[in-house]
Design a protein around this ligand. Structure first.
Ligand code: PLP
Length: 391
C-alpha cells in the first residue's frame, strides 16, 4: 500500500540514529572506508555510495527521496538554488548551435540565461512564444530544436501551457522538455506523469516555505538523472549544503497543510478583490473568470497562493500610495513563505523595459503581485480594503 503525501512526509528513514525523531545533519565533506576493497567498491557504484559531499550526502539523500516520492520521480537532485538547478537541467538538454522554445513570461533570470548567456556562449537561439496554445510550440519547432522549456503557471502572468500536449509533440521530434513547477508544487501538479522529461523547482518558495533557505531541485527518470548527476551535478558543483537539506526536511513535514492554507486564504482574498470596484482584473488560475481555468483544472489538483491583480487607476502616485499603505503585507521579492508579500512588477520593469516591452509581456503599470501567506485571511482582506479606501 502506498502512503499519501501527508503520511510520507511525516515519516523518517527506517534507519533511526539513537532513536532520534528528527534525522541528524551529516555535516561531512567525506566518508571513510575500512579498506582498499571497500573504496574500490564504492567507486564502482558512485551513484549509490557516500564518498564525498559534492556527490552524495545522507541528509541531502533523505530530502531527495522524500521529494521523489511526492513528485512521482525516479530520482531528484537538490541544488544550491533554483537557478543552479535550472541552468544544470538546461545544459544537460542542449547542444551548441541548437534552438530552444520557451514562454514569453518565463522567470526573468531563466529568460536571460537562455536568450543571452546561451546565445553568447553556445550560439543557441531562443524563441519566445505565448504558449497558451500547444500549436505555438509546434509552429516554431526547427530542425535543430533541442529543448522546450515551460513554466506553468508562469510566475509573472500565471499563463498555463498544456503540459501533456506539449510533451507529446516534443517526444515525436526527440526534443527534451523541462517544466518549472515552482508555482503548483509537486503536490498540485505532476509534469512527469504528463510526459515532461524534467521538472525543476525553486525550493526557496513553497517547498522551503519558511523564508529561511535558498535551494533548487531537478526531478526526472532514473537513467537521465544518473547521467545528469555524474556530469552537470558533480562537475558544475552546485550542491546544496547538508544544513539546508535538513531545513528542507523540516519544511516538507508541513507542506501539505501549508499548501491547503495558502490555497484557502488565496481564494478568499482573490474573491474579495474580484468583487472590489477599484480592481480591473484578478489573475488567479483558481478563479472561474481566469481565461485558462479549464486547462488548470485538468492538469492541476490545487492552487497555490501567488497571484496578481490590476488596479483601475493608472496614476503611478496612487499605485505607490496603495502599495505603501499595506501594513500586513511585507514589501519584497520572492514568494511562497509563511508571510504575505506584495510586489509591484512596475518597480523592476520601469528600470529595464520600454513601455512597448511592458505591453508585450502582458504586464501593466498597475499590476500588483501578492503572495498569500498563512495569516488569517480576514486580516489580509481588511488590510487590502483599507489601502484601497485611501486611493
Ligand atoms: C524564484 C524562482 C526561480 C529561481 O529560484 P532561486 O531559488 O531564487 O534560484 C525559478 N523559477 C521561478 C518560477 C521562481 O519563482
Amino acid at each position: 500500500m502506498k502512503n499519501s503525501p501527508e503520511t510520507l512526509l511525516c515519516h523518517d528513514p527506517d534507519q533511526k540514529y539513537e532513536g532520534a525523531v528528527v534525522p541528524p545533519i551529516f555535516q561531512n565533506s567525506l566518508f571513510t572506508f575500512p579498506d582498499w576493497e571497500a573504496v574500490d567498491g564504492a567507486f564502482d557504484a558512485r551513484q549509490e555510495h557516500f564518498i564525498y559531499s559534492r556527490g552524495k550526502n545522507p541528509t541531502v539523500d533523505f530530502a531527495e527521496k522524500k521529494l521523489a516520492e511526492i513528485a512521482h520521480a525516479d530520482r531528484t537532485i537538490l541544488f544550491t538554488s533554483g537557478m543552479a538547478a535550472i541552468s544544470a537541467a538546461v545544459l544537460y538538454c542542449v547542444k551548441p548551435n541548437s534552438h530552444i522554445i520557451t514562454v514569453k513570461n518565463v522567470y526573468g533570470p531563466t529568460s536571460n540565461f537562455l536568450a543571452n548567456y546561451l546565445k553568447e556562449k553556445l550560439n543557441i537561439e531562443t524563441t519566445f512564444v505565448s504558449g497558451e496554445n500547444a500549436e505555438d510550440f509546434k509552429a516554431n519547432i526547427r530542425k535543430n530544436t533541442s529543448l522546450i522549456y515551460l513554466e506553468s503557471p508562469a510566475s509573472a502572468t500565471f499563463c498555463l501551457q498544456d503540459l501533456k500536449a506539449v510533451a507529446s509533440l516534443a517526444k515525436e521530434k526527440n526534443i527534451k522538455t523541462i517544466c518549472d513547477n515552482t508555482w503548483a508544487t509537486p503536490l498540485f501538479q505532476h509534469p512527469l506523469d504528463l510526459g515532461i522529461d524534467f521538472e525543476v523547482h525553486s525550493v526557496s518558495k513553497y517547498l522551503g516555505g519558511h523564508s529561511d533557505l535558498v535551494a533548487g531541485v531537478i526531478m526526472g527518470k532514473k537513467q537521465e538523472m544518473e547521467a545528469l548527476f555524474s556530469r552537470e551535478y558533480e562537475w558544475l558543483g552546485g550542491k546544496i549544503s547538508p544544513f539546508e537539506a535538513w531545513l528542507l526536511i523540516r519544511s516538507l513535514r508541513t507542506l501539505p497543510i501549508r499548501m491547503q492554507r495558502h490555497q484557502e486564504n488565496a481564494m478568499k482574498v482573490a474573491q474579495f478583490l474580484e468583487e472590489h470596484p477599484q480592481i480591473a482584473v484578478v489573475r488567479y488560475p483558481a478563479l472561474r473568470s481566469f481565461p485558462q481555468y479549464e486547462l488548470g483544472k485538468k492538469q492541476m489538483s490545487g492552487y497555490s497562493g501567488l497571484f496578481s491583480f490590476q488596479l483601475k487607476t493608472n496614476d503611478i502616485e496612487k499605485i505607490k500610495t496603495f502599495y505603501n499603505a499595506l501594513k500586513i503585507f511585507h514589501k519584497g521579492v520572492s514568494w511562497g513563505g509563511f508571510e504575505s508579500l506584495v510586489y509591484a512588477p512596475a518597480i523592476s520593469y520601469l528600470k529595464e523595459l520600454s513601455s512597448e516591452q511592458f505591453v508585450n509581456m502582458n504586464i501593466a503599470l498597475s499590476d500588483i503581485r501578492i503572495s498569500i501567506g498563512l495569516e488569517n485571511a480576514e486580516d489580509l482582506i481588511a488590510d487590502l480594503r483599507q489601502a484601497l479606501e485611501i486611493i
